[in-house]
Design a protein around this ligand. Structure first.
Ligand code: MD3
Ligand code: FE
Length: 208
């Protein structure tokens, strides 16, 4: 399960009822207020992934308490039950029951069709704590490299519905991306739309 120092993949971490509950919650968050949006990069390109934020609103490349690229309304709160799930995930992945992990941000990404996530680092957080990733629905190829090399070499991992990955330690700033969805792993019983993948990441912003 350990892919690299600080990077632990736990296939099938969430059972189907837990996956269903997360998908239903994600759909409700995406319906609230101005809804999910395709963020726009500084150069003007629109991301193919659709994102909803809880706790802090992420815009390439900063966090704010208000949905500054939408209607300016306050970001939705991060529910305590989701933060608790993140803390259990870190404890389980690292086999460290007493670890303290208090995320204050969730980013929920929805992938459909040809949606992908280009290679990037996650550097907006001001805290060194790990990122927790939960995958729901369609499968994908997830690609991770090192913090020092933008162009690889890569380690490719297939992420399926219910999988957990925790990224910490020296890989917290590793380059990574999602080059493509994988056909043939549809799981209609978790409630995602046909061909849709939802990824929930939990983070510690380190912001006040
Ligand atoms: C490795 N999301 O939201 S989750 C992202 O599947 C993001 O939607 C991908 O990359 C997705 O920024 C990958 C796994 C992940 C998240 C954060 C990381 C891997 C990471 C931060 C550092 C290193
Ligand atoms: Fe990322």
């Amino acid at each position: 399960r350990t892919l690299a120092p600080g990077v632990v993949h736990v296939p099938d971490y969430l059972d189907v009822p837990a996956q269903r509950r997360l998908v239903e919650a994600a759909q409700a968050w995406a319906r609230e207020g101005p809804g999910a949006r395709h963020a726009t990069l500084p150069g003007g390109a629109r991301m193919s992934v659709e994102t909803v934020c809880l706790g802090w609103h992420w815009i390439p490349y900063r966090y704010s308490r208000t949905r500054d690229d939408q209607d300016g309304s306050p970001v939705q709160p991060l529910p305590a039950w989701l933060a608790d799930l993140g803390a259990r995930a870190v404890a389980d992945a690292y086999d460290a029951p007493d670890v303290v992990y208090r995320p204050d941000v969730a980013l929920i990404n929805s992938y459909r069709g040809d949606a992908r996530l280009g290679v990037h680092q996650d550097r907006e957080e001001r805290a060194p704590d790990p990122v927790v990733s939960l995958s729901l629905g369609a499968a994908c190829v997830f690609r991770i490299g090192s913090p020092h090399h933008r162009r690889g070499p890569w380690h490719d991992v297939e992420l399926l519905s219910g999988d957990l990955i925790v990224f910490g330690g020296e890989h917290r700033l590793a380059y990574h991306g999602v080059p493509k969805l994988l056909p043939g792993h549809d799981v209609p019983h978790v409630g995602t739309a046909p061909g849709e993948r939802i990824n929930i990441t939990l983070r510690v912003s380190g912001l006040a």
